[in-house]
Design a protein around this ligand. Structure first.
Ligand SMILES: Nc1ncnc2c1ncn2[C@@H]1O[C@H](COP(=O)(O)OP(=O)(O)OP(=O)(O)O)[C@@H](O)[C@H]1O
Ligand SMILES: [Mg+2]
Length: 244
C-alpha cells in the first residue's frame, strides 16, 4: 500500500469507524471580517452505515455548505469530519479528491449530465476520473444501466432521452465507482410530483438494493418522509434529529 493509498484506510479501531459519517462540532465561516458569514455554527451528528438520512431546512440555512463538507468538496473552518473512519477535515486537496473519488457518489440538482456525451459516457465519467481501465469502465457502466433498466439507451445523447431516463442515468453515474456513500443535493428540486415520486423510488433502490448509505438534501417534507432519519437545520444549527 502506498502512502497515498494509506489515506483511505481508517486508523485501527477509532471511535469513528463504526459510522458511515461522523461530524464533530463542525463550523464553517465564509469570508473574513465584517463580511464573514458563519454558515455552520457547530454541528455534531453521525450517519449509520446503510442509513438513509434526509437533511431539511429553509433556503440559506447551510444545507449545501454541509453537503459540500460531507462530500469532501470543501473543508470545515473547525471541527472534524470522519468519512468511513477517515478524518477528512484537514486533508490536502489531492487526498480529499481521492476520498471523493473512491468513497463518495453524487447526484446533483438538475443532474449535471454532460450534454455532448452519450448516456454510457456520462456513467463512465467517475471511473475515468478515478483512472479506471476503459474496458472495465464500459462494462461496469453498461451493467449499471442494465440494472436500472436503461441499457437500451446507452448510446443515445443524454439530451435525447426523457426526464425519467435522465434520473436513472444520474443514479447510475453516482454508483459508478461503487461508493459506500451517495450524497444528493435537492435531487427532486425541479421535478413535478410524478417525477419526484420516480426519483424517490430510485433513491430507495440505491439505498436498499445497492446497499448505499444515502444522504439527501431537500426543502420538501414529503421527500424527507422517505428517509429513516431527518436532520432539521436552521441558521447553521441543528434544531432536531427525528426518526421516521
Ligand atoms: N461561497 C460562499 N461565500 C460566502 N457565503 C456563502 C457561500 N456559499 C454560501 N454562503 C452563505 O452561507 C449560508 C448558507 O448557504 P447554503 O448554500 O449552504 O444554503 P442552503 O441551505 O443550501 O440554501 P438553498 O436551500 O437556497 O440551496 C448562506 O447565508 C449563504 O449566503
Ligand atoms: Mg443549497
Amino acid at each position: 500500500m502506498s502512502g497515498f493509498e494509506a489515506v483511505l484506510q481508517a486508523p485501527a479501531k477509532t471511535p469513528y469507524d463504526e459510522y458511515a459519517i461522523q461530524v464533530v462540532d463542525v463550523k464553517k465561516r465564509y469570508g473574513v471580517g465584517e463580511d464573514a458569514v458563519l454558515a455552520l455554527r457547530g454541528m455534531t451528528f453521525h450517519i449509520e452505515k446503510g442509513e438513509f438520512m434526509a437533511i431539511i431546512g429553509p433556503s440559506g440555512c447551510g444545507k449545501t455548505t454541509l453537503l459540500n463538507i460531507l462530500g469532501a468538496l470543501d473543508r470545515p473552518t473547525s471541527g472534524k469530519v470522519f468519512i468511513d473512519g477517515v478524518d477528512i477535515s484537514q486533508l490536502p486537496n489531492r487526498e480529499l479528491a481521492l476520498v471523493r473519488s473512491r468513497k463518495l457518489g453524487f447526484v446533483f440538482q438538475d443532474f449535471n449530465l454532460l450534454s455532448r456525451m452519450s448516456v454510457v459516457e456520462n456513467v463512465e465519467l467517475p471511473l475515468f476520473i478515478a483512472g479506471a481501465d476503459p474496458v472495465f469502465s464500459r462494462r461496469r457502466a453498461l451493467a449499471l444501466l442494465g440494472r436500472l433498466g436503461i441499457a437500451h439507451k446507452a448510446h443515445k445523447n443524454v439530451n435525447h432521452i426523457s426526464g425519467g431516463e435522465r434520473q436513472r442515468v444520474a443514479v447510475a453515474r453516482a454508483l459508478a465507482n461503487d461508493p459506500k456513500i451517495v450524497l444528493a443535493d435537492e435531487p427532486t428540486g425541479n421535478l413535478d410530483t410524478r417525477n419526484t415520486e420516480m426519483m424517490m423510488g430510485l433513491m430507495k433502490q440505491l439505498n436498499k438494493d445497492f446497499g448505499k448509505t444515502l444522504v439527501i438534501i431537500t426543502h420538501n417534507p414529503e421527500v424527507a418522509a422517505h428517509a429513516q432519519r431527518v436532520i432539521s437545520i436552521r441558521d447553521g444549527s441543528i434544531t432536531e434529529i427525528k426518526t421516521n
